[in-house]
Design a protein around this ligand. Structure first.
Ligand SMILES: C[S@@+](CC[C@H](N)C(=O)[O-])C[C@H]1O[C@@H](n2cnc3c(N)ncnc32)[C@H](O)[C@@H]1O
Length: 307
Protein backbone atom coordinates (compact mmCIF):
# COMPACT_ATOMS: atom_id res chain seq x y z
CA UNK A 1 0.00 0.00 0.00
CA UNK A 2 1.39 3.46 -0.76
CA UNK A 3 0.17 4.89 2.48
CA UNK A 4 -0.67 2.50 5.23
CA UNK A 5 -1.66 5.27 7.62
CA UNK A 6 -5.08 6.08 8.93
CA UNK A 7 -7.69 7.97 6.95
CA UNK A 8 -7.58 11.52 8.24
CA UNK A 9 -10.60 13.72 8.46
CA UNK A 10 -10.75 17.50 8.74
CA UNK A 11 -8.16 19.53 6.85
CA UNK A 12 -5.71 16.67 6.66
CA UNK A 13 -7.55 14.51 4.13
CA UNK A 14 -5.81 12.31 1.67
CA UNK A 15 -7.19 11.34 -1.71
CA UNK A 16 -10.11 9.02 -2.27
CA UNK A 17 -8.72 5.51 -2.02
CA UNK A 18 -9.25 2.13 -3.65
CA UNK A 19 -7.37 -0.71 -1.98
CA UNK A 20 -6.79 -4.19 -3.37
CA UNK A 21 -6.66 -6.70 -0.53
CA UNK A 22 -8.58 -8.72 2.01
CA UNK A 23 -10.63 -6.19 3.93
CA UNK A 24 -9.64 -7.82 7.21
CA UNK A 25 -6.05 -6.77 6.52
CA UNK A 26 -6.96 -3.25 5.46
CA UNK A 27 -9.57 -2.25 8.03
CA UNK A 28 -7.23 -2.25 11.05
CA UNK A 29 -5.12 0.43 9.28
CA UNK A 30 -8.03 2.89 9.28
CA UNK A 31 -8.66 5.23 12.20
CA UNK A 32 -11.56 4.85 14.64
CA UNK A 33 -14.70 6.82 13.82
CA UNK A 34 -13.51 7.96 10.35
CA UNK A 35 -16.68 7.26 8.38
CA UNK A 36 -20.17 8.70 8.47
CA UNK A 37 -21.44 5.95 6.22
CA UNK A 38 -20.44 2.32 5.75
CA UNK A 39 -22.24 0.43 2.99
CA UNK A 40 -21.55 -3.30 2.71
CA UNK A 41 -22.72 -5.70 0.04
CA UNK A 42 -20.88 -8.89 1.01
CA UNK A 43 -20.90 -12.01 -1.11
CA UNK A 44 -23.99 -14.02 -0.26
CA UNK A 45 -23.82 -17.24 1.69
CA UNK A 46 -22.21 -19.36 -0.99
CA UNK A 47 -20.18 -21.50 1.39
CA UNK A 48 -16.86 -20.30 -0.09
CA UNK A 49 -14.84 -17.95 2.06
CA UNK A 50 -11.17 -17.26 1.76
CA UNK A 51 -10.66 -16.46 5.40
CA UNK A 52 -13.20 -17.18 8.07
CA UNK A 53 -11.37 -15.91 11.08
CA UNK A 54 -9.55 -12.74 11.86
CA UNK A 55 -5.84 -13.23 11.39
CA UNK A 56 -5.37 -9.50 11.71
CA UNK A 57 -6.32 -8.36 15.18
CA UNK A 58 -9.54 -6.37 15.28
CA UNK A 59 -8.37 -3.11 16.77
CA UNK A 60 -10.67 -2.13 19.54
CA UNK A 61 -12.09 1.34 20.10
CA UNK A 62 -10.86 3.10 23.20
CA UNK A 63 -13.07 3.51 26.23
CA UNK A 64 -13.84 7.25 26.32
CA UNK A 65 -13.19 7.56 30.05
CA UNK A 66 -10.26 5.23 30.63
CA UNK A 67 -8.68 5.21 27.15
CA UNK A 68 -8.48 1.42 27.42
CA UNK A 69 -9.31 -0.65 24.32
CA UNK A 70 -12.93 -1.65 24.18
CA UNK A 71 -14.84 -3.74 21.66
CA UNK A 72 -18.47 -3.54 20.82
CA UNK A 73 -18.80 -7.13 21.90
CA UNK A 74 -17.48 -6.26 25.32
CA UNK A 75 -19.81 -3.29 25.44
CA UNK A 76 -22.74 -5.52 24.58
CA UNK A 77 -21.71 -8.03 27.20
CA UNK A 78 -21.40 -5.11 29.59
CA UNK A 79 -25.00 -4.06 29.38
CA UNK A 80 -26.79 -7.06 27.97
CA UNK A 81 -25.15 -9.89 29.84
CA UNK A 82 -24.33 -12.78 27.54
CA UNK A 83 -27.02 -11.95 24.96
CA UNK A 84 -24.76 -11.70 21.93
CA UNK A 85 -22.76 -14.85 22.64
CA UNK A 86 -25.91 -16.80 23.42
CA UNK A 87 -27.74 -15.71 20.24
CA UNK A 88 -24.64 -16.38 18.19
CA UNK A 89 -24.10 -19.80 19.75
CA UNK A 90 -27.71 -20.81 19.14
CA UNK A 91 -27.63 -19.77 15.49
CA UNK A 92 -24.27 -21.38 14.84
CA UNK A 93 -25.48 -24.70 16.17
CA UNK A 94 -28.58 -24.42 14.02
CA UNK A 95 -26.87 -24.14 10.64
CA UNK A 96 -23.28 -25.03 9.70
CA UNK A 97 -23.26 -22.90 6.58
CA UNK A 98 -24.40 -19.98 8.62
CA UNK A 99 -21.63 -20.64 11.14
CA UNK A 100 -19.15 -20.35 8.31
CA UNK A 101 -20.76 -17.24 6.89
CA UNK A 102 -21.11 -15.43 10.17
CA UNK A 103 -17.56 -16.29 11.21
CA UNK A 104 -16.49 -14.55 8.02
CA UNK A 105 -18.70 -11.50 8.49
CA UNK A 106 -18.52 -10.97 12.23
CA UNK A 107 -14.97 -9.62 12.59
CA UNK A 108 -15.60 -7.34 9.63
CA UNK A 109 -18.82 -6.01 11.15
CA UNK A 110 -17.01 -5.33 14.40
CA UNK A 111 -14.51 -3.31 12.39
CA UNK A 112 -17.38 -1.48 10.67
CA UNK A 113 -18.73 -0.51 14.08
CA UNK A 114 -15.34 0.76 15.20
CA UNK A 115 -14.85 2.77 12.01
CA UNK A 116 -18.24 4.47 12.15
CA UNK A 117 -18.31 8.02 13.45
CA UNK A 118 -20.63 8.68 16.39
CA UNK A 119 -23.24 10.01 13.97
CA UNK A 120 -22.55 7.21 11.48
CA UNK A 121 -24.76 4.58 9.85
CA UNK A 122 -24.18 1.06 8.55
CA UNK A 123 -26.13 -0.31 5.58
CA UNK A 124 -25.76 -4.08 5.25
CA UNK A 125 -27.08 -5.39 1.94
CA UNK A 126 -28.16 -9.06 2.07
CA UNK A 127 -30.53 -11.40 0.36
CA UNK A 128 -33.58 -13.09 1.81
CA UNK A 129 -31.62 -16.17 2.88
CA UNK A 130 -29.35 -14.27 5.28
CA UNK A 131 -31.17 -11.18 6.41
CA UNK A 132 -33.14 -12.74 9.26
CA UNK A 133 -30.02 -14.25 10.85
CA UNK A 134 -28.12 -11.04 10.39
CA UNK A 135 -30.94 -8.98 11.93
CA UNK A 136 -30.92 -11.03 15.12
CA UNK A 137 -27.15 -10.90 15.37
CA UNK A 138 -26.83 -7.22 14.55
CA UNK A 139 -29.46 -6.44 17.18
CA UNK A 140 -27.21 -8.14 19.68
CA UNK A 141 -23.97 -6.73 18.25
CA UNK A 142 -24.93 -3.08 17.62
CA UNK A 143 -27.82 -3.01 20.11
CA UNK A 144 -31.52 -3.36 19.32
CA UNK A 145 -32.01 0.36 19.84
CA UNK A 146 -29.43 0.98 17.08
CA UNK A 147 -31.63 -0.70 14.44
CA UNK A 148 -33.05 1.98 12.16
CA UNK A 149 -34.67 0.24 9.20
CA UNK A 150 -35.06 -2.83 7.09
CA UNK A 151 -35.11 -1.58 3.52
CA UNK A 152 -36.58 -3.83 0.88
CA UNK A 153 -35.12 -3.23 -2.56
CA UNK A 154 -37.65 -4.72 -4.95
CA UNK A 155 -36.94 -5.31 -8.62
CA UNK A 156 -38.72 -7.24 -11.30
CA UNK A 157 -36.33 -8.79 -13.74
CA UNK A 158 -35.29 -12.23 -14.91
CA UNK A 159 -36.92 -15.64 -14.87
CA UNK A 160 -39.87 -16.23 -12.56
CA UNK A 161 -40.49 -19.41 -10.61
CA UNK A 162 -43.83 -21.14 -11.15
CA UNK A 163 -43.54 -23.22 -7.99
CA UNK A 164 -43.37 -20.39 -5.43
CA UNK A 165 -43.56 -16.61 -5.31
CA UNK A 166 -40.66 -15.42 -7.44
CA UNK A 167 -38.05 -13.90 -5.12
CA UNK A 168 -37.35 -10.43 -6.44
CA UNK A 169 -36.01 -8.42 -3.56
CA UNK A 170 -32.90 -7.81 -1.48
CA UNK A 171 -32.88 -6.64 2.11
CA UNK A 172 -30.74 -3.80 3.41
CA UNK A 173 -30.42 -3.65 7.21
CA UNK A 174 -29.67 -0.21 8.60
CA UNK A 175 -27.99 0.27 11.99
CA UNK A 176 -26.68 3.46 13.55
CA UNK A 177 -23.70 3.82 15.86
CA UNK A 178 -25.60 5.99 18.32
CA UNK A 179 -29.41 6.25 18.19
CA UNK A 180 -29.24 9.69 19.85
CA UNK A 181 -26.75 11.23 17.39
CA UNK A 182 -27.01 9.67 13.96
CA UNK A 183 -27.22 11.79 10.78
CA UNK A 184 -30.30 11.34 8.60
CA UNK A 185 -31.45 13.99 6.12
CA UNK A 186 -34.75 13.06 4.50
CA UNK A 187 -34.86 16.46 2.76
CA UNK A 188 -31.76 15.58 0.76
CA UNK A 189 -33.29 12.41 -0.70
CA UNK A 190 -34.60 12.41 -4.29
CA UNK A 191 -38.37 12.14 -4.11
CA UNK A 192 -40.49 9.77 -6.21
CA UNK A 193 -43.89 9.94 -7.93
CA UNK A 194 -47.01 9.28 -5.85
CA UNK A 195 -48.63 5.91 -6.57
CA UNK A 196 -52.04 7.56 -6.71
CA UNK A 197 -51.25 11.06 -7.99
CA UNK A 198 -54.96 11.83 -8.40
CA UNK A 199 -55.41 11.71 -4.62
CA UNK A 200 -52.93 14.47 -3.76
CA UNK A 201 -52.73 18.19 -4.48
CA UNK A 202 -50.94 19.48 -7.56
CA UNK A 203 -48.28 20.96 -5.30
CA UNK A 204 -47.57 17.59 -3.66
CA UNK A 205 -47.64 15.87 -7.02
CA UNK A 206 -45.09 18.31 -8.30
CA UNK A 207 -42.78 17.75 -5.33
CA UNK A 208 -43.14 13.97 -5.29
CA UNK A 209 -43.22 11.81 -2.19
CA UNK A 210 -40.53 10.75 0.20
CA UNK A 211 -39.49 7.14 -0.44
CA UNK A 212 -40.52 4.65 2.23
CA UNK A 213 -38.56 1.57 3.31
CA UNK A 214 -39.68 -0.29 0.17
CA UNK A 215 -37.66 0.80 -2.86
CA UNK A 216 -38.78 -0.25 -6.31
CA UNK A 217 -35.76 0.15 -8.51
CA UNK A 218 -34.63 -1.67 -11.62
CA UNK A 219 -31.43 -3.71 -11.58
CA UNK A 220 -28.49 -2.32 -13.55
CA UNK A 221 -29.70 -2.43 -17.13
CA UNK A 222 -27.68 -4.91 -19.22
CA UNK A 223 -27.56 -2.29 -21.98
CA UNK A 224 -27.48 0.91 -19.90
CA UNK A 225 -24.51 3.29 -19.58
CA UNK A 226 -24.12 2.44 -15.89
CA UNK A 227 -23.16 -1.16 -16.62
CA UNK A 228 -19.53 -2.03 -15.93
CA UNK A 229 -19.73 -5.76 -16.65
CA UNK A 230 -18.98 -6.65 -13.01
CA UNK A 231 -21.47 -9.43 -12.21
CA UNK A 232 -22.85 -8.24 -8.84
CA UNK A 233 -22.98 -4.51 -9.63
CA UNK A 234 -25.73 -2.65 -7.76
CA UNK A 235 -27.67 0.26 -9.26
CA UNK A 236 -26.45 3.78 -8.56
CA UNK A 237 -30.04 4.82 -7.82
CA UNK A 238 -30.16 2.56 -4.75
CA UNK A 239 -26.82 3.84 -3.45
CA UNK A 240 -27.80 7.43 -4.20
CA UNK A 241 -30.62 7.39 -1.66
CA UNK A 242 -28.36 5.87 0.96
CA UNK A 243 -25.57 8.39 0.44
CA UNK A 244 -27.98 11.35 0.25
CA UNK A 245 -29.76 10.46 3.49
CA UNK A 246 -26.91 9.24 5.66
CA UNK A 247 -23.95 11.48 4.85
CA UNK A 248 -23.14 15.13 4.18
CA UNK A 249 -20.98 16.71 1.52
CA UNK A 250 -17.33 16.19 2.45
CA UNK A 251 -18.04 13.18 4.68
CA UNK A 252 -16.09 9.95 4.25
CA UNK A 253 -17.88 6.84 3.00
CA UNK A 254 -16.50 3.30 3.30
CA UNK A 255 -17.34 0.21 1.25
CA UNK A 256 -15.07 -2.76 1.93
CA UNK A 257 -16.86 -5.19 -0.39
CA UNK A 258 -16.63 -2.63 -3.15
CA UNK A 259 -16.96 -4.73 -6.33
CA UNK A 260 -17.37 -2.39 -9.29
CA UNK A 261 -17.18 0.70 -7.05
CA UNK A 262 -20.81 1.81 -7.19
CA UNK A 263 -20.52 3.36 -3.72
CA UNK A 264 -17.48 5.39 -4.80
CA UNK A 265 -19.12 6.55 -8.04
CA UNK A 266 -22.17 7.79 -6.16
CA UNK A 267 -20.15 9.28 -3.29
CA UNK A 268 -18.03 11.21 -5.79
CA UNK A 269 -21.08 12.47 -7.72
CA UNK A 270 -22.55 13.75 -4.45
CA UNK A 271 -19.37 15.40 -3.17
CA UNK A 272 -18.46 12.78 -0.54
CA UNK A 273 -15.02 11.18 -0.05
CA UNK A 274 -14.48 7.44 -0.16
CA UNK A 275 -12.36 4.43 0.75
CA UNK A 276 -13.15 1.25 -1.21
CA UNK A 277 -11.64 -2.18 -0.63
CA UNK A 278 -11.92 -5.37 -2.67
CA UNK A 279 -9.73 -8.45 -2.85
CA UNK A 280 -10.54 -9.22 -6.48
CA UNK A 281 -8.08 -7.69 -8.98
CA UNK A 282 -10.83 -7.68 -11.62
CA UNK A 283 -12.99 -5.48 -9.37
CA UNK A 284 -10.09 -3.09 -8.86
CA UNK A 285 -9.52 -2.83 -12.62
CA UNK A 286 -13.20 -1.99 -13.09
CA UNK A 287 -12.88 0.67 -10.37
CA UNK A 288 -9.74 2.07 -11.98
CA UNK A 289 -11.74 2.81 -15.12
CA UNK A 290 -14.78 4.06 -13.20
CA UNK A 291 -13.02 6.26 -10.64
CA UNK A 292 -10.16 8.08 -12.34
CA UNK A 293 -8.11 10.25 -10.00
CA UNK A 294 -8.53 8.04 -6.93
CA UNK A 295 -5.42 6.58 -5.29
CA UNK A 296 -5.04 2.87 -6.14
CA UNK A 297 -3.13 0.80 -3.61
CA UNK A 298 -2.23 -2.79 -2.84
CA UNK A 299 -2.63 -3.85 0.78
CA UNK A 300 0.34 -5.35 2.55
CA UNK A 301 -0.62 -8.66 4.15
CA UNK A 302 -0.17 -8.45 7.93
CA UNK A 303 3.38 -9.21 9.07
CA UNK A 304 3.75 -12.82 10.25
CA UNK A 305 4.01 -12.85 14.03
CA UNK A 306 7.42 -13.72 15.43
CA UNK A 307 7.88 -17.21 16.83
C1 LIG B 1 -21.59 -8.52 -4.02
S1 LIG B 1 -20.04 -7.92 -4.52
C2 LIG B 1 -20.16 -6.17 -4.31
C3 LIG B 1 -20.77 -5.48 -5.50
C4 LIG B 1 -20.81 -3.97 -5.38
N1 LIG B 1 -21.77 -3.52 -4.40
C5 LIG B 1 -21.10 -3.31 -6.70
O1 LIG B 1 -22.04 -2.51 -6.82
O2 LIG B 1 -20.38 -3.62 -7.66
C6 LIG B 1 -19.00 -8.43 -3.19
C7 LIG B 1 -17.54 -8.11 -3.39
O3 LIG B 1 -16.84 -8.45 -2.20
C8 LIG B 1 -15.53 -8.84 -2.58
N2 LIG B 1 -14.96 -9.59 -1.45
C9 LIG B 1 -15.31 -10.82 -0.99
N3 LIG B 1 -14.56 -11.17 0.08
C10 LIG B 1 -13.72 -10.11 0.32
C11 LIG B 1 -12.71 -9.86 1.29
N4 LIG B 1 -12.43 -10.74 2.24
N5 LIG B 1 -12.04 -8.67 1.23
C12 LIG B 1 -12.34 -7.76 0.25
N6 LIG B 1 -13.30 -7.95 -0.69
C13 LIG B 1 -13.97 -9.10 -0.65
C14 LIG B 1 -15.71 -9.63 -3.85
O4 LIG B 1 -14.53 -9.66 -4.63
C15 LIG B 1 -16.85 -8.86 -4.51
O5 LIG B 1 -16.35 -7.94 -5.46
Amino acid sequence: MHDNGPVHTGDDRGPDRVVLGDNLDVLPTLADGSFTLVYLDPPFNTGRYQRRHASAAVREPADPTTGAPRSRRETVTGFRGSTYERVRGDLMRFDDRFDDYWSFLEPRLLEAWRLLADDGTLYLHLDYRESHYAKVLLDALFGRDAFLNEIVWAYDFGAKSRSRWPTKHDTILVYVKDPARYWFDSEAVDREPYMAPGLVTAEKRERGKLPTDVWWHTIVSPTGKEKTGYPTQKPEGVLRRIVQASSREGDWVLDFFAGSGTTGAVARALGRRFVLVDDNPVAVEVMRARLPGASFEIAEPPAASAV
